[in-house]
Design a binder for this molecule. Structure first.
Ligand code: GDD
Length: 364
């Protein structure tokens, strides 16, 4: 089999030489025709020039260059090149910065040899790990990303949906229309995995230790995080009629919430009383619509009485979330008109409402 390890690079001059050397050592242990494809986006630090210099020593090292458009865009170019120009049967995704250990490559390859279509070097299955020195924010980011991917995008079975160390059969990639993934950055990892799972790919996760880079810096930016969250909801929207109904109910809830709030204020009520009351009114109307429309078809485990009880608990939690947001925004920005903090409380409450109701109250 022809195997191409795709390594996207942006300012990785100091890493790329040692990585190519380390990969070449691993290739010697494998029976396949192993190649490396560096996808560089005109790195200002001269990564491409370094690769060209290395090519004289490593004939199976390839390079394509392009405009910087994000990690996902680089992978799409790399995968197309690996399949069309290099004739790959299998491609690897791998960071240039030694976050993924070259020594793990043969273990991923072994799973492909055993028949898997999509092998993930996973930090979140038994035996895998994230760096011990990761701070709380980085841990929460990684964990949150996976929760969003699993429960919003619906890739329930996979523990590490955001991993960037993976081996994929090109037969799987050929069944995917990259242009329909609509992502440019790190969200690509989830978009591609979701498309592969939807197409029935045999996904296997094997444990790996993720190592913190010692040279250079991460390129993950705020725009990538926004695209990641948006992409997960987009996948959800596309693949779930339930969610479309839930979102419509949610929209009606916004109108009910604001309408009730305006009515309570007009009646002379204090805004801190009017806010939770208006939220409660909208949660009740949301529940009724969801119960008798959105989830009506679902063969739920619980009887109506139990569902009703759970609904009350979920309402309280969502009320708490919304009111805390309202109170926090109100006290941080006291000059704002009251409807702004009221509006700010709606999205987090809606999310909590959806997840608890979908996965608890109305569970199968
Ligand atoms: N060509 C190109 N273009 N390469 C890029 C770009 C880009 O716009 N952005 C990042 N890269 C390259 C980096 O040079 C590196 O080789 C690799 O992609 C990963 O980038 P990092 O910036 O080091 O990623 P990270 O450590 O934050 O994220 C890693 O872990 C995530 C999970 O925690 C990656 O493996 C992600 O794919 C993964 O989701």
């Amino acid at each position: 089999m022809k195997v191409v390890v795709i390594v996207p690079t942006y300012n990785e001059r100091s890493n790329i030489g040692p990585l190519v050397e380390a990969l070449d050592q691993q290739f010697a242990t494998l029976a396949h025709d192993m190649h490396i494809l560096v996808v560089d986006d005109n790195s200002p630090d001269g990564t491409a020039a370094e690769v060209r210099a290395l090519q004289t020593r490593f004939p199976r090292l390839h390079l394509i260059e392009g405009r910087k458009a994000g990690l996902g865009a680089a992978y799409v170019r790399g995968m197309n090149h690996a399949m069309d120009a290099l004739g790959a049967d299998v491609v690897f995704e791998m960071d240039a910065d030694f976050s993924h250990r070259p020594e793990d490559l043969p273990r991923l390859m072994a799973e492909i040899d055993r028949g898997a279509d999509f092998v993930i070097g996973s930090r979140y299955v038994k035996g895998g790990s994230i760096p011990a020195n990761w701070g709380l924010m980085r841990r929460l980011n990684s964990l949150g990303g996976n929760i969003v991917a699993r429960y919003v995008a619906g890739i329930y079975r996979v523990r590490d949906c955001t991993a960037g160390f993976r081996a994929i059969r090109c037969a799987v990639l050929r069944g995917i229309d990259f242009s329909r993934l609509r992502v440019q950055g790190y969200a690509f990892q989830v978009a591609l995995l979701h498309a592969a799972v939807t197409n029935g790919a045999r996904v296997v996760e094997i444990p790996v230790d993720f190592i913190d880079r010692t040279r250079g810096e991460s390129k993950l930016g705020f725009a990538d995080i926004m695209e990641f969250v948006w992409n997960a909801w987009w996948i959800r929207l596309q693949s779930s009629r339930v969610f479309i109904k839930f979102a419509l109910v949610g929209l009606s809830g916004v109108a009910v919430n604001l309408g009730a709030f305006a009515a309570f204020l007009a009646l002379g009520m204090n805004k801190f009383v009017a806010s939770p009351l208006a939220i409660e009114v909208s949660i009740v109307s949301n529940f009724l619509l969801n119960n008798y429309w959105t989830f009506r078809w679902r063969k739920t485990r619980d009887r109506v009485r139990v569902k009703g009880l759970k609904f009350n608990v979920v309402s309280l939690v969502a009320l708490g979330v919304s009111f805390s947001t309202f109170a926090a925004v109100s006290s941080l920005y006291p000059a704002l008109p009251p409807w702004v903090p009221q509006l700010a409380g709606i999205p987090p409450a809606m999310l909590v409402n959806y997840f608890l109701n979908s996965y608890w109250t109305f569970r199968h």
